[in-house]
Design a protein around this ligand. Sequence first.
Ligand code: ADP
Ligand code: MG
Length: 250
Amino acid sequence: MFLRVENITKTFGGLAAVSDVSFMVERGSITAIIGPNGAGKSTLFNLISGMHLPTSGRIFFNDTDVTKLPAHKIARLGIARTFQTTHLFAQETVLDNVIIGHRLRTRSNLFDAILRTPRLRREERECRERAMEALAFVGVDHLADQPVGAVSQEAQKRIAIALCIVTEPQLILLDEIAGGLNPEETAGVVELIQKLVQHGFTVCFIEHKMPMVMKLADKIIVLHHGRKIAEGTPAEVSNDETVIKAYLGG
Ligand code: ADP
Ligand code: MG
């Protein structure tokens, strides 16, 4: 199996942010994670991407147990993610954000990521080419030399996706990537997600915008108070009484 999450639990103090959640993701599919604020969606991504160690449960990626691996090792194995609030350096150019971000994500050592040794300078040239390709893929290569702080929110979301694809991942986790975008910009992001899958990436996305979820998802997983309360196709989930009561507000 491509991704298998088995009985994963994460507690903070006395609170179970994620509680005994299990699911699988098939290669090439699009999975949506939905649920009210505080349901544990972002924590689930933090667990899969190695930013949090689970309290119990296991995570397998391509049948490798990645449960206890640090984030940079998981990134190197092929899982990339975006953050709910964009983690970009406003003063740096769009291109430099992708280059720096790539290093910060795939290296264990901050100094190694930031210092420019000759070996790293050579790597940086290759990385620069890859970063430009990633920016072209997401449609913002014309902004490469602009400071990130000067580009639109939509462009920043696209840059966050470029930051993912530059690490050459297999699985991309998008945490509310369309948050704060208008309908037109959201439609652009929907198209970009479709393009990602056409190019062989597997996508899991956390989203509140239900039309986007219904349009894109092969499978929807519904979290509520840290627990998985439903899983199924858009048709199945939108007709599920428990989901309607807990989340869809029916
Ligand atoms: P969602 O993304 O679904 O809105 P989160 O995963 O961010 O929810 O949060 C789930 C619960 O876990 C919330 O009650 C939140 O306050 C708590 N939580 C998340 N991260 C932490 C943390 N690092 N420390 C303590 N509590 C946290
Ligand atoms: Mg969240």
